[in-house]
Design a binder for this molecule. Structure first.
Ligand SMILES: Nc1ncnc2c1ncn2[C@@H]1O[C@H](COP(=O)(O)OP(=O)(O)OP(=O)(O)O)[C@@H](O)[C@H]1O
Ligand SMILES: [Mg+2]
Length: 496
């Protein structure tokens, strides 16, 4: 067997109070899709940042095509054929696809102008050779998340990437877009490209990967061939014991008067005649493909989006909530799907972020009680398994999934009677998902009403007492507890 295209040997990396990676090995063969999995904070992104030159390793070596690679800055990695497809896609929204791909590397004509013809020719050659299609003159802001991802892929291919790293590429994709991405990955794989693929969706690796490396607490547990393992075995390695049942027992729907009702709401052509009601004590699922309008519903309830027709009733009385601030005052709180819009203060400590919106509750006399603040944070660290050296860690230094848990913890601290959770498990590992679902159920049992918005049909089917499915802004199914199943939700969302 020929030597792997990439070998990482004995990679070790520590941060103050954290051993992020401890003597980790990873090798990737030419044309292989190699999955890397592990719980939040296991070290996946750190390993990739070392490969990409964004972080310096404390110990270990990297070989490319059998030769020691010198990677001490991102340019070194790019030059040696490592391509990173970023999660939060650093593209320029106002520029075209073509301009973004050649940004900073423009070819110029003898007169010093940008040589568009040359870029276009290169772009077309690239697209043809890999069977990818994208309109070169579309502006990034007009593209879907999936299309933006393709731009990122083309960008690394243009720089002749041999090993392409994707860190949670499917977190924000719906089923269709995910399949399209997998198709592209397979085409590139056939052309000899290698992939490192990080995901929290264990089913996905059985669809796309050849091998999987499991990380736990910064160490490599094992590397397995996909054909010789099972999702159960992989999850057991990740969490260190056999997986439990993922979903808590359903106790809703509750009887009694609805706390919130939406009646025949329309928002231009985006939402048409949407009606729903939610009772204290129940978890109502709202699902559909990305772009189906589910997030719009959350936003219009809290006054972030105007509706032209219909009515909202709170405790049976017609209301018009005009701002998120007013929504909070009236006991309605939204966890937005966009982590960046969630208002995390990255340079503040974890404890401060958790108590942010409820400072009054902590300090009745305006004196912030630091001790109490840290105690509350410590409770959440335990309950949600936030991986951090202490409650004083800056949020910026937490892994992606652990940042998401902080946002969630903050929202759970509020006194809201109605919680709207938009994609609350995005980027969250399996075990923490279990905890979050359990917490949602406990909150419902305490009498809160929970609107659970998610494009993960399995999670909606497993958690929600009732489910509503949207497609292109209109309801295609309303399912009761006895009717709700993944298959029905998929069918209604996609009109199979
Ligand atoms: N710049 C940093 N400073 C301090 N600690 C850091 C830094 N970057 C990462 N860490 C810590 O290193 C550990 C590994 O983080 P990493 O981001 O690699 O996790 P991950 O496996 O990608 O998790 P997730 O699934 O949540 O994205 C975590 O404990 C994290 O808090
Ligand atoms: Mg990560």
């Amino acid at each position: 067997m020929s030597r792997p295209i990439l070998e990482m040997r004995g990679i070790t990396k520590t941060f103050p109070g954290v051993v992020a990676l401890d003597n980790v090995d990873l090798d990737v063969a030419r044309g292989e899709v190699h999955a890397v999995v592990g719980e939040n904070g296991a070290g996946k992104s750190t390993l990739m940042k070392i490969l990409s030159g964004a972080y310096q390793r404390d110990a270990g070596s990297i070989y490319l095509n059998g030769r020691p690679a010198d990677i001490s800055a991102p340019v070194d990695a790019i030059r040696q054929g490592i391509g990173i497809v970023y999660q939060d896609l650093p593209l320029v929204p106002a520029l075209t696809v073509l301009a973004n791909i050649y940004l900073g590397r423009e070819e110029t004509t003898p007169l010093g102008r940008i040589d568009r013809a040359s870029h276009l020719a290169r772009f077309e050659r690239l697209c043809d050779s890999f069977g990818i299609y994208l309109p070169p003159d579309s502006r990034i802001r007009d593209l879907s998340v999936a299309e933006r991802q393709l731009v990122e892929i083309l960008k690394v291919l243009d720089r002749d990437a041999q090993v392409i790293v994707m860190d949670e590429p499917t977190a924000t994709l719906d089923q269709n877009a995910k399949q399209a991405l997998f198709q592209t990955v397979r085409q590139l794989q056939a052309a000899g490209k290698s992939f490192i693929f990080i995901t929290h969706f264990i089913d996905e690796i059985f669809e796309i990967a050849d091998r999987v490396t499991v990380l736990k607490d910064g160490s490599r547990v094992d590397t397995l061939e996909i054909d010789k393992t099972s999702p159960q075995e992989v999850v057991a390695m990740m969490i260190g014991h056999s997986p439990r049942e993922m979903f808590p027992e359903k106790t809703g729907p509750a009887s009694g008067a609805p706390i919130l009702q939406l009646r025949e709401i329309s928002v231009g052509a985006r939402i048409r005649d949407f009606s729903m009601s939610i009772h204290p004590g129940e978890i109502l699922g709202l699902t559909g493909l990305v772009g189906s309008g589910c997030s719009d519903i959350g936003n219009l309830i809290i006054g972030n989006l105007d509706y032209d027709r219909g009515a909202v009733l709170l405790d049976g009385a017609p209301t018009r909530i005009s701002s998120p601030y007013e929504a909070i005052k009236r006991g309605i709180c939204l966890l937005p799907s966009d982590r960046k819009g969630s208002g995390l203060l990255l340079d503040f400590e974890l404890a401060k972020n958790v108590s942010l919106s409820s400072i009054e509750k902590i300090s009745p006399r305006q004196v912030i009680q630091f001790k109490r603040e840290r105690q509350i944070a410590a409770d959440f660290i335990e309950k949600l398994r936030i991986v951090t050296p202490s409650a004083r860690q800056r949020v910026r230094n937490l892994s992606g999934g652990n940042q998401q848990k902080v946002v969630l913890a903050r929202m759970l601290r509020t006194d809201a009677r109605i919680l709207i959770l938009d994609e609350p498990t995005q980027g969250i590992d399996v075990r923490a998902k279990e905890e979050i679902f359990l917490l949602m159920r406990q909150l419902a049992d305490q009498g809160k009403a929970i609107l659970f918005i998610s494009s993960e049909f399995k999670e909606i089917a497993g958690v929600a007492d009732r489910g509503i499915v949207l497609r292109n802004g209109a309801i295609t199914a309303a399912l009761d507890r006895d009717d709700i199943s993944e298959a029905r939700l998929v069918a209604a969302a996609t009109m199979l």
